[in-house]
Design a binder for this molecule. Structure first.
Ligand code: PHE
Length: 473
Protein backbone atom coordinates (compact mmCIF):
# COMPACT_ATOMS: atom_id res chain seq x y z
CA UNK A 1 0.00 0.00 0.00
CA UNK A 2 2.96 2.32 -0.42
CA UNK A 3 2.10 5.62 -1.93
CA UNK A 4 -1.44 5.66 -0.53
CA UNK A 5 -2.47 8.48 1.72
CA UNK A 6 -1.93 6.86 5.09
CA UNK A 7 -4.69 7.44 7.61
CA UNK A 8 -5.03 5.94 11.07
CA UNK A 9 -2.08 3.57 11.42
CA UNK A 10 -1.64 3.32 7.66
CA UNK A 11 -4.89 1.47 7.02
CA UNK A 12 -5.57 3.21 3.75
CA UNK A 13 -8.64 5.08 2.58
CA UNK A 14 -10.87 5.16 -0.49
CA UNK A 15 -9.52 7.40 -3.21
CA UNK A 16 -12.91 8.96 -3.80
CA UNK A 17 -16.55 8.85 -2.83
CA UNK A 18 -17.44 7.25 -6.15
CA UNK A 19 -14.76 4.60 -5.54
CA UNK A 20 -16.22 3.78 -2.16
CA UNK A 21 -19.76 3.61 -3.48
CA UNK A 22 -18.72 1.34 -6.34
CA UNK A 23 -16.77 -0.94 -4.01
CA UNK A 24 -19.62 -1.19 -1.49
CA UNK A 25 -22.12 -1.74 -4.28
CA UNK A 26 -19.76 -4.38 -5.65
CA UNK A 27 -19.88 -6.16 -2.30
CA UNK A 28 -23.65 -6.03 -2.26
CA UNK A 29 -24.13 -7.05 -5.88
CA UNK A 30 -23.39 -10.72 -6.40
CA UNK A 31 -24.89 -14.15 -6.77
CA UNK A 32 -27.52 -12.84 -4.37
CA UNK A 33 -28.90 -10.44 -6.98
CA UNK A 34 -28.59 -12.33 -10.20
CA UNK A 35 -29.30 -15.83 -9.06
CA UNK A 36 -30.97 -15.75 -5.64
CA UNK A 37 -33.25 -12.76 -6.20
CA UNK A 38 -34.98 -14.10 -9.33
CA UNK A 39 -35.24 -17.51 -7.68
CA UNK A 40 -36.92 -16.03 -4.60
CA UNK A 41 -39.18 -13.89 -6.77
CA UNK A 42 -40.22 -16.95 -8.74
CA UNK A 43 -40.85 -18.95 -5.60
CA UNK A 44 -42.88 -16.26 -3.88
CA UNK A 45 -45.28 -15.19 -6.55
CA UNK A 46 -43.52 -12.66 -8.77
CA UNK A 47 -44.51 -9.02 -8.54
CA UNK A 48 -45.95 -9.26 -5.00
CA UNK A 49 -42.55 -10.43 -3.75
CA UNK A 50 -40.84 -7.63 -5.67
CA UNK A 51 -42.95 -5.03 -3.85
CA UNK A 52 -42.25 -6.62 -0.44
CA UNK A 53 -38.55 -6.78 -1.23
CA UNK A 54 -38.42 -3.10 -2.13
CA UNK A 55 -40.16 -2.28 1.15
CA UNK A 56 -37.70 -4.44 3.09
CA UNK A 57 -34.70 -2.72 1.50
CA UNK A 58 -36.08 0.70 2.47
CA UNK A 59 -37.37 -0.02 5.97
CA UNK A 60 -34.90 -2.62 7.30
CA UNK A 61 -31.94 -2.88 4.96
CA UNK A 62 -31.08 0.82 4.62
CA UNK A 63 -31.16 1.58 8.37
CA UNK A 64 -28.91 -1.39 9.19
CA UNK A 65 -26.52 -0.33 6.43
CA UNK A 66 -26.34 3.21 7.81
CA UNK A 67 -25.69 1.78 11.31
CA UNK A 68 -22.82 -0.38 10.01
CA UNK A 69 -21.25 2.48 8.05
CA UNK A 70 -21.51 4.81 11.07
CA UNK A 71 -19.86 2.27 13.40
CA UNK A 72 -17.09 1.70 10.87
CA UNK A 73 -16.33 5.33 10.13
CA UNK A 74 -16.53 6.43 13.77
CA UNK A 75 -13.98 3.83 14.87
CA UNK A 76 -11.90 3.35 11.69
CA UNK A 77 -11.54 -0.25 12.73
CA UNK A 78 -12.41 -3.76 11.61
CA UNK A 79 -15.66 -5.15 13.09
CA UNK A 80 -13.96 -6.65 16.19
CA UNK A 81 -11.92 -3.54 16.93
CA UNK A 82 -14.91 -1.28 16.27
CA UNK A 83 -16.98 -2.80 19.06
CA UNK A 84 -13.92 -2.78 21.36
CA UNK A 85 -13.39 0.92 20.73
CA UNK A 86 -17.02 1.87 21.33
CA UNK A 87 -17.71 -0.40 24.31
CA UNK A 88 -14.52 -1.46 26.03
CA UNK A 89 -14.52 -4.47 28.30
CA UNK A 90 -17.93 -5.69 27.20
CA UNK A 91 -18.62 -8.84 25.19
CA UNK A 92 -19.92 -6.80 22.21
CA UNK A 93 -16.71 -7.48 20.29
CA UNK A 94 -18.08 -11.00 19.87
CA UNK A 95 -20.52 -9.58 17.30
CA UNK A 96 -17.51 -8.53 15.26
CA UNK A 97 -15.84 -11.89 15.79
CA UNK A 98 -19.01 -13.59 14.57
CA UNK A 99 -18.75 -11.39 11.47
CA UNK A 100 -15.14 -12.39 10.78
CA UNK A 101 -15.98 -16.10 11.12
CA UNK A 102 -19.14 -15.67 9.04
CA UNK A 103 -17.19 -13.92 6.28
CA UNK A 104 -14.65 -16.72 5.97
CA UNK A 105 -17.42 -19.33 6.16
CA UNK A 106 -19.69 -17.71 3.55
CA UNK A 107 -16.66 -17.18 1.32
CA UNK A 108 -15.87 -20.91 1.50
CA UNK A 109 -19.02 -22.09 -0.26
CA UNK A 110 -19.72 -18.87 -2.18
CA UNK A 111 -16.38 -19.38 -3.94
CA UNK A 112 -17.47 -22.88 -4.94
CA UNK A 113 -20.69 -21.61 -6.53
CA UNK A 114 -18.73 -18.76 -8.12
CA UNK A 115 -16.45 -21.45 -9.52
CA UNK A 116 -19.49 -23.08 -11.16
CA UNK A 117 -20.25 -19.79 -12.89
CA UNK A 118 -16.70 -19.72 -14.28
CA UNK A 119 -17.14 -23.34 -15.37
CA UNK A 120 -20.41 -22.42 -17.09
CA UNK A 121 -18.74 -19.43 -18.73
CA UNK A 122 -16.20 -21.83 -20.26
CA UNK A 123 -18.94 -24.24 -21.32
CA UNK A 124 -21.06 -21.51 -22.86
CA UNK A 125 -18.12 -20.03 -24.76
CA UNK A 126 -17.18 -23.48 -26.11
CA UNK A 127 -20.71 -23.95 -27.38
CA UNK A 128 -21.43 -26.90 -25.06
CA UNK A 129 -25.03 -25.78 -24.65
CA UNK A 130 -25.80 -25.69 -28.35
CA UNK A 131 -28.73 -28.00 -28.99
CA UNK A 132 -29.51 -28.40 -25.29
CA UNK A 133 -33.18 -27.52 -25.48
CA UNK A 134 -34.83 -29.59 -22.76
CA UNK A 135 -34.53 -28.93 -19.04
CA UNK A 136 -33.72 -32.64 -18.58
CA UNK A 137 -30.67 -32.41 -20.81
CA UNK A 138 -29.52 -29.25 -19.06
CA UNK A 139 -30.16 -30.87 -15.69
CA UNK A 140 -27.94 -33.79 -16.64
CA UNK A 141 -25.14 -31.39 -17.58
CA UNK A 142 -25.54 -29.55 -14.28
CA UNK A 143 -25.54 -32.75 -12.22
CA UNK A 144 -22.47 -34.07 -14.00
CA UNK A 145 -20.65 -30.74 -13.69
CA UNK A 146 -21.18 -30.26 -9.98
CA UNK A 147 -20.46 -33.92 -9.22
CA UNK A 148 -16.97 -33.58 -10.69
CA UNK A 149 -15.15 -32.97 -7.41
CA UNK A 150 -11.67 -32.28 -8.73
CA UNK A 151 -12.88 -29.85 -11.43
CA UNK A 152 -14.98 -28.04 -8.81
CA UNK A 153 -11.94 -27.77 -6.61
CA UNK A 154 -9.78 -26.33 -9.39
CA UNK A 155 -12.41 -23.66 -10.13
CA UNK A 156 -12.89 -22.99 -6.40
CA UNK A 157 -9.09 -22.55 -6.05
CA UNK A 158 -8.98 -20.29 -9.10
CA UNK A 159 -11.70 -18.07 -7.71
CA UNK A 160 -10.09 -17.91 -4.27
CA UNK A 161 -6.74 -16.93 -5.80
CA UNK A 162 -8.40 -14.14 -7.83
CA UNK A 163 -10.04 -12.87 -4.65
CA UNK A 164 -6.77 -12.99 -2.68
CA UNK A 165 -4.80 -11.19 -5.39
CA UNK A 166 -7.25 -8.27 -5.37
CA UNK A 167 -7.42 -8.08 -1.56
CA UNK A 168 -3.60 -8.16 -1.28
CA UNK A 169 -3.60 -5.11 -3.55
CA UNK A 170 -5.21 -3.13 -0.75
CA UNK A 171 -7.90 -0.51 -0.64
CA UNK A 172 -7.14 1.78 -3.56
CA UNK A 173 -5.10 -0.32 -5.91
CA UNK A 174 -7.00 -3.52 -5.28
CA UNK A 175 -10.59 -3.29 -4.20
CA UNK A 176 -11.44 0.19 -5.45
CA UNK A 177 -9.73 -0.18 -8.82
CA UNK A 178 -11.28 -3.61 -9.44
CA UNK A 179 -14.75 -2.31 -8.60
CA UNK A 180 -14.31 0.84 -10.66
CA UNK A 181 -13.67 -1.30 -13.71
CA UNK A 182 -16.02 -4.18 -13.02
CA UNK A 183 -19.15 -2.37 -11.88
CA UNK A 184 -19.71 -0.28 -15.02
CA UNK A 185 -18.99 -3.35 -17.18
CA UNK A 186 -21.58 -5.24 -15.21
CA UNK A 187 -24.24 -2.57 -15.60
CA UNK A 188 -23.59 -2.28 -19.33
CA UNK A 189 -23.73 -6.02 -19.92
CA UNK A 190 -26.90 -6.36 -17.88
CA UNK A 191 -28.63 -3.49 -19.67
CA UNK A 192 -27.77 -5.11 -23.00
CA UNK A 193 -29.20 -8.43 -21.84
CA UNK A 194 -32.42 -6.74 -20.68
CA UNK A 195 -32.98 -5.24 -24.11
CA UNK A 196 -32.28 -8.61 -25.75
CA UNK A 197 -34.52 -10.49 -23.36
CA UNK A 198 -37.59 -8.25 -23.49
CA UNK A 199 -37.47 -8.12 -27.28
CA UNK A 200 -37.91 -11.90 -27.51
CA UNK A 201 -41.29 -13.04 -28.86
CA UNK A 202 -43.55 -14.09 -25.98
CA UNK A 203 -41.67 -12.06 -23.38
CA UNK A 204 -44.78 -10.16 -22.21
CA UNK A 205 -46.05 -12.98 -20.01
CA UNK A 206 -42.78 -12.78 -18.09
CA UNK A 207 -43.07 -9.03 -17.69
CA UNK A 208 -46.61 -9.42 -16.39
CA UNK A 209 -45.55 -12.08 -13.86
CA UNK A 210 -42.72 -9.86 -12.68
CA UNK A 211 -44.41 -6.46 -12.65
CA UNK A 212 -48.15 -6.96 -12.10
CA UNK A 213 -48.72 -7.91 -8.44
CA UNK A 214 -51.24 -10.58 -7.56
CA UNK A 215 -51.94 -9.53 -3.97
CA UNK A 216 -53.68 -12.80 -3.13
CA UNK A 217 -50.19 -14.35 -3.09
CA UNK A 218 -49.03 -12.08 -0.27
CA UNK A 219 -48.45 -14.14 2.90
CA UNK A 220 -46.21 -13.80 6.01
CA UNK A 221 -43.76 -16.22 4.39
CA UNK A 222 -43.39 -13.87 1.45
CA UNK A 223 -42.68 -10.94 3.80
CA UNK A 224 -40.07 -12.93 5.70
CA UNK A 225 -38.40 -14.12 2.52
CA UNK A 226 -38.23 -10.53 1.32
CA UNK A 227 -36.50 -9.26 4.46
CA UNK A 228 -34.03 -12.18 4.49
CA UNK A 229 -33.19 -11.59 0.85
CA UNK A 230 -32.58 -7.90 1.60
CA UNK A 231 -29.90 -8.70 4.22
CA UNK A 232 -28.11 -11.23 2.07
CA UNK A 233 -28.20 -9.04 -0.97
CA UNK A 234 -27.06 -5.86 0.80
CA UNK A 235 -24.14 -7.69 2.54
CA UNK A 236 -25.49 -6.84 5.98
CA UNK A 237 -25.12 -8.50 9.35
CA UNK A 238 -21.46 -9.52 9.28
CA UNK A 239 -19.63 -6.24 9.38
CA UNK A 240 -18.77 -5.98 5.69
CA UNK A 241 -20.21 -2.46 5.72
CA UNK A 242 -18.48 -1.68 9.04
CA UNK A 243 -15.22 -2.57 7.32
CA UNK A 244 -15.93 -0.62 4.13
CA UNK A 245 -17.18 2.32 6.22
CA UNK A 246 -13.90 2.33 8.15
CA UNK A 247 -12.06 3.43 5.00
CA UNK A 248 -14.51 6.26 4.40
CA UNK A 249 -13.58 9.92 4.79
CA UNK A 250 -15.11 12.25 7.39
CA UNK A 251 -16.88 14.50 4.96
CA UNK A 252 -18.95 11.86 3.19
CA UNK A 253 -22.66 11.80 3.84
CA UNK A 254 -23.37 8.29 5.16
CA UNK A 255 -27.08 8.43 4.44
CA UNK A 256 -26.72 9.30 0.78
CA UNK A 257 -23.82 6.86 0.38
CA UNK A 258 -25.97 4.06 1.82
CA UNK A 259 -28.85 5.12 -0.40
CA UNK A 260 -26.60 4.92 -3.47
CA UNK A 261 -25.32 1.46 -2.55
CA UNK A 262 -28.77 0.08 -1.75
CA UNK A 263 -30.15 1.77 -4.86
CA UNK A 264 -27.58 0.21 -7.17
CA UNK A 265 -27.97 -3.21 -5.56
CA UNK A 266 -31.74 -3.04 -5.97
CA UNK A 267 -31.35 -1.80 -9.51
CA UNK A 268 -29.15 -4.74 -10.50
CA UNK A 269 -31.51 -7.25 -8.88
CA UNK A 270 -34.43 -5.62 -10.66
CA UNK A 271 -32.61 -5.74 -14.00
CA UNK A 272 -31.68 -9.39 -13.41
CA UNK A 273 -35.38 -10.12 -13.04
CA UNK A 274 -36.04 -8.24 -16.27
CA UNK A 275 -33.56 -10.54 -18.01
CA UNK A 276 -34.72 -13.80 -16.45
CA UNK A 277 -38.53 -13.69 -16.49
CA UNK A 278 -39.12 -12.49 -20.04
CA UNK A 279 -36.51 -15.01 -21.21
CA UNK A 280 -38.27 -17.81 -19.32
CA UNK A 281 -41.64 -16.80 -20.73
CA UNK A 282 -40.25 -16.56 -24.25
CA UNK A 283 -38.91 -20.10 -23.89
CA UNK A 284 -42.38 -21.28 -22.94
CA UNK A 285 -41.46 -22.11 -19.32
CA UNK A 286 -44.23 -22.43 -16.73
CA UNK A 287 -43.64 -19.35 -14.57
CA UNK A 288 -45.69 -20.70 -11.69
CA UNK A 289 -43.51 -23.80 -11.43
CA UNK A 290 -39.93 -22.68 -11.94
CA UNK A 291 -37.26 -24.88 -10.40
CA UNK A 292 -35.78 -23.49 -7.21
CA UNK A 293 -32.40 -23.87 -5.54
CA UNK A 294 -29.00 -24.19 -7.17
CA UNK A 295 -30.66 -25.51 -10.29
CA UNK A 296 -32.55 -22.42 -11.39
CA UNK A 297 -29.92 -20.58 -13.35
CA UNK A 298 -27.73 -23.54 -14.15
CA UNK A 299 -30.40 -25.87 -15.46
CA UNK A 300 -32.89 -23.52 -17.06
CA UNK A 301 -30.78 -20.82 -18.67
CA UNK A 302 -28.76 -23.08 -21.02
CA UNK A 303 -32.02 -24.25 -22.60
CA UNK A 304 -32.98 -20.63 -23.12
CA UNK A 305 -29.62 -19.77 -24.67
CA UNK A 306 -29.96 -22.55 -27.18
CA UNK A 307 -33.49 -21.60 -28.18
CA UNK A 308 -32.37 -18.09 -29.10
CA UNK A 309 -32.20 -16.83 -32.64
CA UNK A 310 -29.02 -16.93 -34.74
CA UNK A 311 -27.87 -20.32 -33.42
CA UNK A 312 -25.30 -21.32 -32.53
CA UNK A 313 -23.84 -17.80 -32.11
CA UNK A 314 -26.86 -16.24 -30.38
CA UNK A 315 -26.69 -18.86 -27.65
CA UNK A 316 -22.91 -18.78 -27.34
CA UNK A 317 -22.80 -14.99 -27.01
CA UNK A 318 -25.82 -14.58 -24.72
CA UNK A 319 -24.64 -17.48 -22.54
CA UNK A 320 -21.03 -16.34 -22.29
CA UNK A 321 -22.00 -12.76 -21.49
CA UNK A 322 -24.43 -13.89 -18.83
CA UNK A 323 -21.98 -16.14 -17.00
CA UNK A 324 -19.18 -13.60 -17.34
CA UNK A 325 -21.53 -11.13 -15.67
CA UNK A 326 -22.29 -13.52 -12.87
CA UNK A 327 -18.59 -14.29 -12.29
CA UNK A 328 -17.70 -10.59 -12.10
CA UNK A 329 -20.55 -9.89 -9.71
CA UNK A 330 -19.46 -12.80 -7.51
CA UNK A 331 -15.85 -11.58 -7.49
CA UNK A 332 -16.69 -8.12 -6.14
CA UNK A 333 -18.63 -9.88 -3.36
CA UNK A 334 -15.95 -12.44 -2.44
CA UNK A 335 -13.48 -9.55 -2.10
CA UNK A 336 -15.59 -8.04 0.67
CA UNK A 337 -16.12 -11.39 2.38
CA UNK A 338 -12.33 -11.81 2.65
CA UNK A 339 -11.66 -8.15 3.47
CA UNK A 340 -13.60 -8.36 6.76
CA UNK A 341 -11.19 -10.96 8.16
CA UNK A 342 -8.15 -9.31 6.58
CA UNK A 343 -8.95 -5.93 8.17
CA UNK A 344 -9.28 -7.69 11.52
CA UNK A 345 -5.91 -9.46 11.17
CA UNK A 346 -4.20 -6.25 9.95
CA UNK A 347 -5.63 -4.06 12.74
CA UNK A 348 -5.65 -6.44 15.68
CA UNK A 349 -2.95 -9.02 14.99
CA UNK A 350 -0.67 -6.58 13.14
CA UNK A 351 -0.29 -8.98 10.24
CA UNK A 352 0.69 -7.60 6.87
CA UNK A 353 -2.14 -7.36 4.35
CA UNK A 354 -0.38 -9.99 2.23
CA UNK A 355 -0.03 -12.49 5.07
CA UNK A 356 -3.62 -11.94 6.23
CA UNK A 357 -5.05 -12.38 2.73
CA UNK A 358 -3.04 -15.50 2.02
CA UNK A 359 -3.73 -17.24 5.33
CA UNK A 360 -7.42 -16.40 5.57
CA UNK A 361 -7.97 -17.17 1.89
CA UNK A 362 -6.24 -20.51 2.35
CA UNK A 363 -8.36 -21.28 5.42
CA UNK A 364 -11.50 -20.45 3.50
CA UNK A 365 -10.36 -22.58 0.57
CA UNK A 366 -9.86 -25.60 2.84
CA UNK A 367 -13.24 -25.05 4.50
CA UNK A 368 -14.75 -24.93 1.01
CA UNK A 369 -13.41 -28.34 -0.02
CA UNK A 370 -16.29 -30.28 1.58
CA UNK A 371 -18.70 -27.81 -0.03
CA UNK A 372 -17.08 -28.46 -3.41
CA UNK A 373 -17.69 -32.17 -2.85
CA UNK A 374 -21.24 -31.76 -1.55
CA UNK A 375 -23.06 -32.14 -4.85
CA UNK A 376 -22.04 -35.63 -5.77
CA UNK A 377 -18.24 -35.33 -5.45
CA UNK A 378 -18.16 -37.32 -2.24
CA UNK A 379 -20.90 -39.38 -0.67
CA UNK A 380 -19.98 -38.21 2.82
CA UNK A 381 -20.67 -34.52 2.10
CA UNK A 382 -23.48 -35.07 -0.39
CA UNK A 383 -25.60 -37.19 1.94
CA UNK A 384 -28.24 -35.23 3.78
CA UNK A 385 -26.83 -35.71 7.22
CA UNK A 386 -25.53 -32.21 7.79
CA UNK A 387 -28.50 -30.76 9.70
CA UNK A 388 -30.65 -32.79 7.32
CA UNK A 389 -28.96 -31.23 4.28
CA UNK A 390 -25.90 -31.69 2.14
CA UNK A 391 -22.80 -29.93 3.47
CA UNK A 392 -23.04 -26.87 1.20
CA UNK A 393 -26.71 -26.22 1.96
CA UNK A 394 -25.98 -26.58 5.67
CA UNK A 395 -23.17 -23.99 5.49
CA UNK A 396 -25.40 -21.67 3.49
CA UNK A 397 -28.23 -21.97 6.00
CA UNK A 398 -26.11 -21.60 9.15
CA UNK A 399 -23.88 -18.76 7.95
CA UNK A 400 -25.74 -17.25 4.99
CA UNK A 401 -29.07 -17.02 6.78
CA UNK A 402 -28.91 -17.36 10.57
CA UNK A 403 -25.55 -15.78 11.24
CA UNK A 404 -26.36 -12.72 9.11
CA UNK A 405 -29.81 -12.27 10.60
CA UNK A 406 -28.56 -12.60 14.19
CA UNK A 407 -25.67 -10.28 13.36
CA UNK A 408 -28.01 -7.65 11.88
CA UNK A 409 -30.25 -7.82 14.96
CA UNK A 410 -27.30 -7.34 17.32
CA UNK A 411 -25.90 -4.47 15.24
CA UNK A 412 -29.29 -2.69 15.41
CA UNK A 413 -29.55 -3.19 19.16
CA UNK A 414 -25.97 -1.99 19.57
CA UNK A 415 -26.40 1.14 17.44
CA UNK A 416 -29.86 2.00 18.77
CA UNK A 417 -29.49 1.21 22.45
CA UNK A 418 -25.91 0.42 23.54
CA UNK A 419 -23.72 2.84 21.61
CA UNK A 420 -26.85 4.95 21.59
CA UNK A 421 -28.53 7.06 18.95
CA UNK A 422 -26.95 10.30 20.22
CA UNK A 423 -23.35 9.45 19.33
CA UNK A 424 -24.56 7.56 16.27
CA UNK A 425 -26.48 10.63 15.11
CA UNK A 426 -23.46 12.81 15.80
CA UNK A 427 -21.49 10.55 13.46
CA UNK A 428 -24.22 10.74 10.83
CA UNK A 429 -24.29 14.51 11.31
CA UNK A 430 -20.82 14.69 9.77
CA UNK A 431 -21.90 15.33 6.24
CA UNK A 432 -25.67 15.08 6.75
CA UNK A 433 -27.91 18.05 7.27
CA UNK A 434 -31.47 16.78 7.47
CA UNK A 435 -32.60 16.38 11.10
CA UNK A 436 -35.85 14.78 9.95
CA UNK A 437 -34.09 11.97 8.09
CA UNK A 438 -31.80 11.38 11.06
CA UNK A 439 -34.71 11.19 13.49
CA UNK A 440 -36.51 8.77 11.17
CA UNK A 441 -33.39 6.61 11.05
CA UNK A 442 -33.17 6.38 14.85
CA UNK A 443 -36.83 5.37 15.04
CA UNK A 444 -36.21 2.57 12.52
CA UNK A 445 -33.00 1.32 14.06
CA UNK A 446 -34.35 1.30 17.63
CA UNK A 447 -37.80 -0.17 17.12
CA UNK A 448 -38.79 -1.21 13.63
CA UNK A 449 -35.69 -3.15 12.57
CA UNK A 450 -35.04 -5.12 15.77
CA UNK A 451 -38.71 -6.11 16.03
CA UNK A 452 -38.94 -7.10 12.38
CA UNK A 453 -35.77 -9.18 12.59
CA UNK A 454 -36.89 -10.86 15.82
CA UNK A 455 -40.13 -11.89 14.15
CA UNK A 456 -38.25 -13.31 11.17
CA UNK A 457 -35.93 -15.28 13.40
CA UNK A 458 -38.76 -16.60 15.53
CA UNK A 459 -40.70 -17.53 12.42
CA UNK A 460 -37.81 -19.31 10.77
CA UNK A 461 -37.00 -21.22 13.95
CA UNK A 462 -40.62 -22.36 14.12
CA UNK A 463 -41.14 -20.52 17.42
CA UNK A 464 -44.24 -18.68 16.21
CA UNK A 465 -45.95 -21.88 15.05
CA UNK A 466 -45.08 -23.48 18.38
CA UNK A 467 -46.63 -20.56 20.28
CA UNK A 468 -49.76 -20.60 18.13
CA UNK A 469 -49.99 -24.31 18.80
CA UNK A 470 -49.87 -23.62 22.54
CA UNK A 471 -52.70 -21.08 22.31
CA UNK A 472 -54.82 -23.30 20.13
CA UNK A 473 -54.23 -26.44 22.07
N1 PHE B 1 -24.35 -9.49 -1.03
C1 PHE B 1 -23.66 -10.56 -1.65
C2 PHE B 1 -24.52 -11.11 -2.80
O1 PHE B 1 -25.60 -10.64 -3.02
C3 PHE B 1 -23.31 -11.67 -0.70
C4 PHE B 1 -22.63 -11.18 0.54
C5 PHE B 1 -23.22 -11.37 1.78
C6 PHE B 1 -21.41 -10.51 0.48
C7 PHE B 1 -22.62 -10.90 2.94
C8 PHE B 1 -20.80 -10.02 1.63
C9 PHE B 1 -21.40 -10.20 2.86
O2 PHE B 1 -24.13 -12.00 -3.49
Amino acid sequence: MQGEKQTVEGRGEWRSRVGFILAAAGSAIGLGNIWRFPAETARHGGAAFLVVYLGAVLLVGLPVMVAELAIGRRTRRNPVGAFLVLKERTPWWLVGALGVVTGVAILSFYSVVAGWTVGYLIKAARGDFTGVTSADQAGEIFTATVANGSWNMILHALFMVLTMVIVVGGIKKGIELASRIMMPVLLTLLAGLVVFSISLPGAEAGLRFYLQPDWSLLTPTVVIAGVGQAFFSLSLGMGAMITYGSYLGRRENLLTSAAWVAGMDTCIAFLAGLVIFPAFAAAGADLANLPSGAGLIFTVLPTIFSSMPWQPWGGVIFGSVFFLLLSLAALTSTISLLEVGVSWAVDELRWTRRKASLLLGAASFVLGIPAALANGGSDLFTRQHWLGMDFMSAMSTVFGTYSLTIGALLICVFAGWVWGVKPALAELGDGCTSPFVMRFWSLLVRYVCPLAILIILAQSLGAIEALMGLFQG
